[in-house]
Design a protein around this ligand. Structure first.
Ligand code: FAD
Ligand code: AMP
Length: 477
């Protein structure tokens, strides 16, 4: 049986499901193809983010942070916690419950917005009468659908290293690393990027000895210089052993664990023995079996679907958003692109300022930034001034016991316009939203400094850093 839509979205991660909802709000008849199956074999919406990404990782980060605080911080508050222990199975089932609630929530939103969930694998098969044909297979007989517009939102999958076969038992990518059944005594992590640091932190807090091997000679190269230094100091103090400039050699099974041969930055041969290994060396766009060639599309050399700033592909009427296109692999970037494309299809004139997309790493302390780093400004030859303020001088941070880190504001030397804001702090993911708003509205550092901020709150540090960037006018430092 053939089904006809105004719009077919392939993929129901944050890029696809949000595009589908916004298009339905704008009056379109929408079908959304999604092939995901959860570990119980049930079809599920939400993509990487909800099933094996943002949401489950943040649930485990919260559980592990609570465990660590009970052991190390509670005593400072005069609270003694004796015999705290971890029930990993319970922790995992809490996480699975949150994932289930969220994915069911999207099913509800689809019903509310009258979006048809086409369960199975979507493949472009060509055009007929100027409409795009999409075949959906995998659930009984293949169904053929057609639409005037198609959004490709097929996301990404973990990049694996050819010589290290992931089985999601001993050697895990993000999927296995979010479902480890017991705390490994020694955990190896390949890749000190966002996912490696977050998942490494989870298991370290739960008691693993964590060793991270990173190929690049620099730590968190994309982050601002000051942030990188502070993060390195904090993470190594916490006990994460991070080796930069590491070259990975052979990985062999040894007893119940693994032996990883690697070469350090000085060229010396090293061996890492561990009980589990997480491979977190980035993600690759997912276009498997998508039928791009049937409509005359092709990926670029890195596997991404080429698009312009409005997420238009080379074929008018076919759009692509999220991890499958250029730009940071972040859920909120995918969502914003989904909204933008739905509105463009509806004839509106939305726009994304990619310079205002915040980056977040949910370690403790968290790291978040928006706009330009000091290195980027210097490379562009832009003259700027900076203001930095520490959480150690903030009453609320001292009260909560989370006084590590700072806010750093970079502003134009001549106009005072905010060019970048960089935060290392326990609540950096929430604090950065103010900086994003400021930059979207082209605020000056003095604007932020003149806005009333609640006291006592962590947000006062943003104000003080902005004041520090404005002729060194911080009031409490
Ligand atoms: P995806 O979420 O990957 O969704 C794509 C969907 O398309 C999938 O459900 C897939 O099954 C489906 N699909 C693919 N091909 C087909 C086909 N042919 N037919 C039918 N369906 C298909 N980002 C953040 O912003 N914050 C975070 O804290 C964060 N944490 C993360 C933690 C981890 C461990 C990981 C792995 C990622 C994390 N990310 C985070 C990144 C975030 O998950 C992605 O950027 C986001 O999911 C991208 O959304 P998307 O819609 O482009 O793709
Ligand atoms: P992210 O893209 O944030 O998930 O980060 C992936 C990290 O893995 C980056 O810091 C990469 O430099 C690192 N990486 C990629 N390939 C290798 C490799 N072969 N060995 C060690 N680290 C790697």
């Amino acid at each position: 049986m053939s089904q006809t839509f105004d719009l077919i979205v392939i993929g129901a991660g944050p890029g696809g499901y949000i595009a589908a909802i916004r298009a339905a709000q704008l009056g379109m008849k929408v079908g959304c193809v999604e092939q995901w199956r959860n570990p119980r074999g049930e079809a599920a919406l939400g993509g990487t983010c909800l099933n094996v990404g943002c949401i489950p990782s943040k649930a485990l980060l919260a559980s592990s942070e609570m465990f660590e605080s009970m052991q190390h911080d509670a005593a400072d508050h005069g609270i003694s916690v004796k015999g705290a222990s971890v029930d990993v199975a319970k922790m995992m089932s809490r996480k699975d419950g949150i994932v289930g609630k969220m994915t069911k929530g999207i099913e509800f939103l689809f019903r509310k917005n009258k979006i048809t969930w086409l369960k199975g694998h979507g493949r472009l098969t060509g055009t007929r009468d100027g409409r795009f044909l999409v075949e959906v297979s995998g659930e009984g007989d293949a169904v053929s659908c057609d639409a005037a517009q198609v959004i490709l939102a097929t996301g990404s999958k973990a990049r694996h290293l050819p010589s290290i076969p992931v089985d999601n038992q001993l050697i895990c990518d993000n999927e296995g690393a979010l479902a480890i059944g017991e705390v490994p005594k020694r955990l190896g992590v390949i890749g000190a990027g966002v996912i490696g640091l977050e998942l490494g932190s989870v298991w370290r807090r739960l008691g693993s000895e964590v060793t991270i091997l990173e190929a690049l000679p620099e730590f968190l190269a994309a982050a601002d210089e000051a942030v990188r230094k502070e993060a390195w100091k904090q993470f190594t103090k916490q006990g994460l052993a991070i080796h930069l400039g590491a070259r990975i050699g052979e990985v062999t099974r040894s007893g119940k664990g693994l032996s990883i041969a690697w070469t350090d930055s000085a060229g010396a041969a090293q061996t890492l023995e561990c009980d589990r290994l997480i491979v977190s060396v980035g993600r690759v766009p997912n276009t498997d079996g998508l039928g791009l060639d049937a409509v005359g599309l092709a990926t670029d050399a890195r596997g991404f679907i080429p698009v312009d700033e409005g997420c238009r592909t080379a074929v008018p009427g076919i759009w692509a958003v999220g991890d499958v296109v250029r730009g940071p692999m972040l859920a909120h970037k995918a969502e914003d692109e989904g909204v933008m494309v739905a509105e463009l299809i509806a004839g509106q004139k939305p726009h994304i300022d990619y310079n205002c997309i915040p980056w977040v790493i949910y370690t403790s302390p968290e790291i978040a930034w928006v706009g330009q780093t000091e290195q980027q400004l210097k490379a562009a030859g832009r003259s700027f001034k900076s203001g930095q303020f520490p959480f150690a001088a903030n009453g609320r941070a001292l009260g909560t016991g989370a006084s590590a880190g700072f806010v750093r504001v970079l502003a134009c030397d001549t106009t005072d316009e905010v060019l970048g804001v960089h935060i290392v702090a326990s609540n950096a993911s929430d604090l950065i939203a103010e900086a994003v708003l400021a930059m979207e509205f082209k605020a000056s550092a003095e604007d932020i400094g003149r806005i009333c901020h609640p006291h006592p709150s962590l947000s006062e540090v943003m104000r003080e850093a902005a004041l520090a960037a404005t002729d060194n006018r911080a009031l409490n430092g």
